[in-house]
Design a protein around this ligand. Sequence first.
Ligand code: PHE
Length: 339
Amino acid sequence: MTSVPLDTFRAELERLRGDAESALTAATDAAALEAARIEFLGAKSGRLKSVQKSLGGLAPADKPDGGRHFNDAKNAITACFEVAQTRIATAATGRATTAIDVTLPTEPIRLGHLHPITRTIRRVQEIMGRLGFESVDGPEVEDQWHNFEALAIPAEHPARDPLDNFYLAVAQGNDPLLLRSQTSTVQIRVMENREPPLRIVSLGRVYRPDTADATHYPMFHQVEGLLVEPGTTMAHLKSVLRMFASSFLGGDVKVRFRPSFFPFTEPSVEVDMEWGGRWVEMGGAGMVDPAVLEAVGYDPDAVSGFAFGLGVERIAARRYGVDDIRDFYRNDARFLRQF
Ligand code: PHE
């Protein structure tokens, strides 16, 4: 029996190695890789296996060389297979790996926060609470008794003009309801239901048909304060406002009263506050008019009280340095994020 020449054996081995390496390198998924593995490295009928069988056909003197060449080729193909296996496994999990790459900087987490007006309201409630004022609520849709009549604003008073109020097409008896134009309504609602002594503060929305500009808006917020106790004087009013303003704005805020008129207070004043070298009008105040105390069934000879009403937007604008109150309502996140 003529033996297989060593050169032929080696040439066969080289072709096999070339074929195996291109197949393994070209495999892009696990199925292709497995097909190539079976074709070349398969234990039963792989091409490497059949070349191994032909080792027996070499001349005895050629066998050691043939065996070495065979082992070299087998190791090379196995190594090539392992490289392809790693490559395909990495590609398969590649996406998941980048999604949890802990070395990447994260997206900043943006926490929301309260609107500056809400913040201001809560802060006012907190400061007034420390002074003993309980926070109460009142309805935004009011009747004329609470918005006007009980506050000594009679039917012919210009403050009741339809051009100055949002009357609704809904009536109670003959009187149309309206969106409250002031939070002084809450003074009446509380006094009607409770006996003195009283210390309340009420913060909420009020509505007036004003054209929006830097200092006006058809909807805005007021802080209403009311204290009714025997022996109350203007000095108490001024002290409370001054303590409030100093707490809220920080530092020693001066408060100035200018004579004014409100139908439901007597005497009445405009309240100015000085802060950062500037006087700013913050609202109105005064001693509760005896006519109002009578309207809610109190005895004006036994108790007296003071009331004040401040603009929430004004004090917020003052505190945060905002010069156009419309910015509070534009809902522009670039503005709101600053607070
Ligand atoms: N309600 C008044 C206004 O809106 C302010 C005020 C409140 C004045 C309490 C005196 C007392 O202008």
